[in-house]
Design a protein around this ligand. Structure first.
Ligand code: PLP
Length: 494
């Protein structure tokens, strides 16, 4: 399988080159030239496998250079019982006959980013060997909260890697910040950026294209790579859990072979829902993809009008991992829908020049056939948390609540009661204060004490990785202006 840039298909890359490099040199995203189809009996075969085997089966279709033995070793290390507190890894919790919740937060940082970031370091390390790269990979991450911790945890003490994380100073929850600034490991660095997530992400993109910095790094024996969801090694492991969830429903006879499902995903950078789209391209019977946004509803508007316009007010919401105005992975979708790198390049140039682009009617029609976009504000998010808990005794976090709201809106509008799989992207304990408030609590404790309060309220224990933060020491306190991130890189690499 060859990989190309979404902006230029003349250059081809192997999977290991794509993963080692992260981003194409022309700024495009490295993407498979075509999406392979699941063989006829695949779902029947996968149905009886453990999650780790499912991951090997599906990833192998995209990674010809990697042996089954290699991939099996990575899957066992990434999704083992020392990392995930559920043997199913990504279990499906059924709420009612046609509503199923895919829990993606049983890993070490309690958010869905673990699903990919526990796998990526293995793929990257091996890719460095396969591409005969002799420098150390310096992984730069801009995070809206969960990616940063997920990447730190995944890359901690992985040989020949160094990881630097930038998070927006006032754009993450207290628990998220504590998770990052207490990170252990000899190859990690963390800095806060004054600004919002887009400032941090734009700053990281600028670091990537800073030739002087690149040369200085090379002199010190490093090269830049990325663990953001622009790296193919991030998207691929996410395809696995949609196929896995479908197979769970088949296995448990909650759906019939061949039956269509809808998938509803709380969306930020468009990585998670893109993986669902790819699962559909592979032949998984998915009908509608429901794209859920919070008050930063740039995607909702895009899906209804065909105009992507980032020139709008940025809001800090209680679902901070979705507070994003530039959804990077949309570029891969545009490539899939157009098949035309020149057209993608044109849209991306408009986005970078004027912050806005309008897709052709042909692309808009294709988009609207497959995707439905809905959004909700914080009040609705909290109402959804309260109702889901009241009606099903099931506790959800703020991001997952946005998805449940979108699903409710979709069903009300269309009357479509196709079984739906809702991606649940974080443990409710990661966003304790908002969840407590939603449940009607007053006098909400600050910091980690809120974990105990949520346990007292619901009788559910906090996940061990969060409860354990209490005993950790703060290691990182650096705060940088968004224009001075270069200095932070150089000091953290000393
Ligand atoms: C990252 C994240 C999202 C958004 O996922 P994308 O792949 O960026 O669309 C949603 N919820 C949570 C909890 C996240 O951490």
């Amino acid at each position: 399988m060859r990989y190309i840039s979404t902006r230029d298909t003349s250059m081809q890359y192997s999977a290991s080159q794509a993963i080692a490099q992260g981003l194409a040199k022309d700024g495009g995203l490295l993407t498979p030239y075509y999406i392979p189809k699941l063989p006829g009996k695949a779902l029947e075969d996968i149905k009886s496998m453990a999650y780790q085997q499912r991951a090997v089966y599906i990833m192998k279709m995209f990674l010809e250079e990697f042996t089954v033995k290699e991939l099996t070793d990575y899957a066992n290390a990434a999704y083992g019982p020392d990392k995930f507190d559920s043997p199913a890894v990504a279990p499906v919790h059924t709420l009612d006959g046609n509503t199923h919740c895919l829990e993606l937060w049983h890993g070490p940082t309690c958010a869905f980013k673990d699903m990919a970031l526990q796998m990526l370091p293995h793929l990257l390390s091996a890719s460095l060997v396969k591409t005969e790269e002799d420098k150390t990979a310096c992984i730069l991450v801009a995070t809206s909260g969960d990616t940063g911790k997920g990447a730190l945890e995944g890359f901690k003490d992985v040989p020949r890697t160094k990881i630097l994380v930038f998070y927006p100073k006032d754009g993450v929850s207290q628990v998220q910040e504590l998770q990052m600034v207490t990170q252990e490991g000899g190859n990690v660095g963390v800095a806060a950026v004054v600004g919002n997530f887009d400032d941090a992400q734009t700053g990281v993109k600028r670091l990537f294209s800073d030739e002087r910095l690149r040369r200085e790094l090379a002199r010190r024996g490093y090269f830049f790579s990325s663990a953001n969801s622009i790296n193919w090694g991030r998207v691929l492991p996410q395809i696995v859990y949609y196929i896995s969830a479908y197979c769970d429903l088949l296995r448990d006879e909650k759906i019939a072979p061949g039956q269509s499902v809808n998938i509803c995903v709380p969306t930020g950078n468009f990585g998670n829902i893109l993986a669902a789209f790819y699962a559909r391209e592979m032949g998984l019977p998915i009908d509608q993809l429901i794209c859920a946004s919070n008050r930063n509803n740039v995607l909702t508007d895009f899906l209804s009008s065909g105009v992507y316009d980032r020139n709008r007010t940025f809001y800090n919401t209680m679902s901070p991992s979705m507070d994003i105005l530039i959804s990077s992975n949309l570029e891969r979708l545009l490539y899939s829908l157009t098949g035309d790198p020149a057209e993608v390049k044109h849209y991306m140039a408009r986005l970078s020049d004027v912050g806005r682009y309008q897709v052709s009617d042909r692309v808009k029609d294709k988009l609207q056939k497959r995707f439905k976009g809905y959004c909700c504000d914080d009040r609705e998010t909290q109402r959804m948390i309260r109702e889901t808990y009241g009606r099903h005794g099931y506790l959800i976090d703020t991001h997952t609540a946005v998805a449940f709201s979108a699903l409710e809106q979709y069903r009300r509008e269309t009357g479509d009661d196709t079984p739906a799989i809702v991606a649940s992207t974080a443990s409710p304990f990661k966003f304790c204060s908002s969840v407590l408030e939603a449940l009607g609590e007053t006098g909400i404790a600050s910091g980690l004490d809120a974990l105990d309060q949520l346990t007292a309220k619901t009788g559910q224990p906090a996940p061990a990785p969060l409860a354990g933060l209490r005993d950790k020491q703060v290691r990182f306190t650096q705060v940088v202006e968004k224009g001075r991130m270069v200095d932070a890189v150089l000091s953290l690499l000393e």
